[in-house]
Design a protein around this ligand. Structure first.
Ligand code: NI
Length: 256
């Protein structure tokens, strides 16, 4: 059974066939899905999906691109949503200097506040970091505590940085990019990562793996990602699926 650790099924890309795709996921062995929010609106749509489907859980948080929506009032509301019985993580949160939509100071401020919130509630964090390697590491280090666990999702940096996060106890989220021919750096990262610290993710509807690159992504593509990881590590796809499922359950449900 496969654990999808990062999906956006509330995205409008699924408006026409959401129910059908989610049913297919269940039929094809997707056991659990974490639907990840990014904006205040998507916190609502994520929790609505989690209420409708027993196998979907929610991550509640504001993406760095959307931090302009946050105020103390909105943050207080967000804290309340994190107490929803199916909210299992704070995310996605972090820094994005690629799109650079909000000022770096604002992104850093709300990243820190949301990490503090996660610590307070005992929830893991889902970190989004794009072209912000040094500042992300600095912020995560500053917030580091044995009580704060999490995953660096869609990891896009090198082996050295992966090592820094492993040392702090983080998991590394690996998605469709690992199947791309030109993804040399990520392939090196996957080779050095212990299988016990990898989570499978799609980030659907984005980043479909080969052979479906460029199309709308769904969790049905997760076996391609597991296969690519298995090839790099010289192990069977089913072993990758089994261990990453256990890893995700440990992170999100405390092993339940
Ligand atoms: Ni995402």
């Amino acid at each position: 059974m496969i654990f999808e650790s990062h999906a956006h099924y509330d995205d409008t890309a699924f408006d026409a066939d959401r129910e059908e795709i989610l049913n297919q996921c269940r039929e094809q062995g997707i056991e659990t899905i974490i639907n990840v929010s990014a904006s205040l609106d998507s916190v609502k749509s994520t929790l609505a999906l989690a209420e409708k489907y027993p196998f979907i859980y929610g991550a509640v948080g504001i993406h760095p691109d959307e931090t302009g929506e946050l105020s103390e009032e909105a943050f207080a509301w967000l804290c309340g949503q994190c107490r929803h019985p199916k909210a299992v993580a704070v995310g996605e949160i972090g820094l994005d200097y690629y799109w650079d939509k909000e000022k770096h100071e604002l992104q850093k401020y709300w990243f820190r506040r949301q990490m503090e919130l996660a610590k307070e509630l005992g929830l893991p964090i889902i970190v989004h970091s794009r072209e912000a390697a040094a500042d992300t590491l600095e912020a995560v280090r500053a917030a580091h505590s044995p009580k704060l666990r999490g995953v660096i999702h869609c990891f896009s940096y090198g082996p050295e940085l992966a090592g820094e996060y492993l040392d702090m106890g983080y998991y590394i989220g690996i998605g469709g990019v690992v199947t791309f021919k030109n993804a040399k750096k990520l392939k090196e990262v996957v080779k050095m990562l212990p299988l016990e610290r990898i989570l499978l993710e799609t980030d659907c509807p984005y980043l479909a793996p080969e052979p479906n690159r460029g199309k709308r992504n769904t969790s049905l593509n997760l076996p391609y990602i597991a296969e690519a990881i298995g090839q790099l590590k010289g192990i069977e796809t089913k072993e990758v699926i089994r261990v990453t499922n256990e890893n995700a359950k440990t992170l999100y449900f405390g092993g339940r």
